[in-house]
Design a protein around this ligand. Structure first.
Ligand code: UDP
Ligand code: MG
Length: 319
């Protein structure tokens, strides 16, 4: 099978028939063998009936129905598990992403050798509220910096293409769909590209992601990924090192304060109380924080030692 198209959806009944017809037309024009996997993320409208109707008529349509709404990432995860195509395309259900982009996205994977190609909504539709475009810019700038994938302008675009290996070897969870390129990079898939895609206004219904809290959560997710990437495998090396360093500095500072006092006492020079010196408190704080960091590293090490994932590595080939 050439292509699997995965469509996560939540209450999108009006768009589905049109989306399916469009995908089908593109696939037939190009002669691809394909499947379309609709993942119904606990819709409360008639989306599932529509999918069942399509499935009866077209055998290439597949569906997964969640009992409740879990979110876009879980929907993508289950779609990825089911996908069989050599190239996997994800797209939103709201007709904002154009299926006409599929042939070129596939070509970039198959011929240019990309592991992942992300869409880039270059001419964002007018009428997007500023409260969405400005944070989006900020978000992408931060994501580029933290992830080290400098050539992506639009991490969160729903339209993406993957080599099958990629989707079978990454685990999208929580709200991590925003950072799939970063997940892929951490798993060792480094050839990540971008293609400017046509993008239009939502035709039916309204956006399922509104409000500011998604940016707070988005940044926290980015931080977790960064932590996992940088020292998830060896927490003691980082926390233990900083902790030891802080403790030593604090200890030396305390020794200097104490030594000074003893010297003054011995030499009969009048000196102020140790507890009156600010350095005394600084050194105490350093020693306490240092010990805590060290313990944090040790706990992290104990936890990762017990994790079932501790020896899961990305193996590309065995012969
Ligand atoms: N979606 C989903 N589960 C959710 C929220 C959204 O599967 O809990 C789907 C939604 O139906 C759409 C895609 O994710 O197909 C992108 O959502 P939306 O278009 O609302 O996001 P926006 O384009 O406004 O960022
Ligand atoms: Mg949308």
């Amino acid at each position: 099978m050439d292509i699997s198209v995965i469509v996560p959806l939540f209450n999108e009944e009006e768009s589905l028939p049109e989306l399916h017809a469009w995908i089908r037309r593109v696939m037939q024009e190009n002669g691809f063998s394909y499947e379309v996997i609709f993942v119904n993320d606990g819709s409360t409208d008639g989306s599932w009936q529509v999918i069942e109707g399509l499935q009866r008529e077209y055998p290439e349509v597949k569906g997964i129905k969640f009992r409740r709404n879990y979110g876009k990432s879980p929907a993508l995860f289950c779609g990825f598990e089911k996908a069989q195509g050599d190239v996997v395309i994800t797209m939103d259900a709201d007709l904002q992403d154009s299926p006409d982009e599929i042939p070129e996205l596939r070509r970039m994977i198959v011929e240019d050798g990309y592991d992942l190609v992300s869409g880039y909504k270059m001419n964002r539709r007018q009428g997007d509220p500023l409260s969405k475009t400005i944070p989006t810019k900020l978000f992408n700038a931060t994501a580029r910096m933290v992830s080290g994938i400098h050539n992506l302008h639009d991490f969160n675009c729903g339209l993406k293409a993957y080599r099958r290996d990629v989707v079978k070897n990454i685990e999208v969870y929580g709200e991590m769909h925003r950072y799939i390129p970063y997940l892929a990079k951490n798993a060792g898939f480094s050839k990540i590209g971008e293609k400017p895609v046509h993008h239009q206004a939502r035709k039916f219904g309204k956006s399922k992601f509104m409000g500011w809290n998604r940016f707070v959560n988005g940044y926290l997710d980015l931080l977790s990924l960064w932590f996992l990437d940088s020292f998830g495998l060896k927490p003691m090396h980082v926390f233990g090192f900083i902790g030891t360093l802080m403790f030593m500095l604090g200890f030396i500072a305390a020794a200097v304060v104490g030594g000074n006092k003893i010297y003054c006492l011995a030499a009969g020079i009048p000196a102020r109380l140790v507890t009156e010196s600010p350095y005394f408190y600084l050194s105490l704080t350093m020693m306490i924080l240092g010990t805590q960091l060290f313990v944090a590293g040790f706990l992290g090490e104990l936890i990762s030692r017990n994790s079932a994932e501790r020896n899961r590595y990305q193996i590309e080939k065995e012969i």
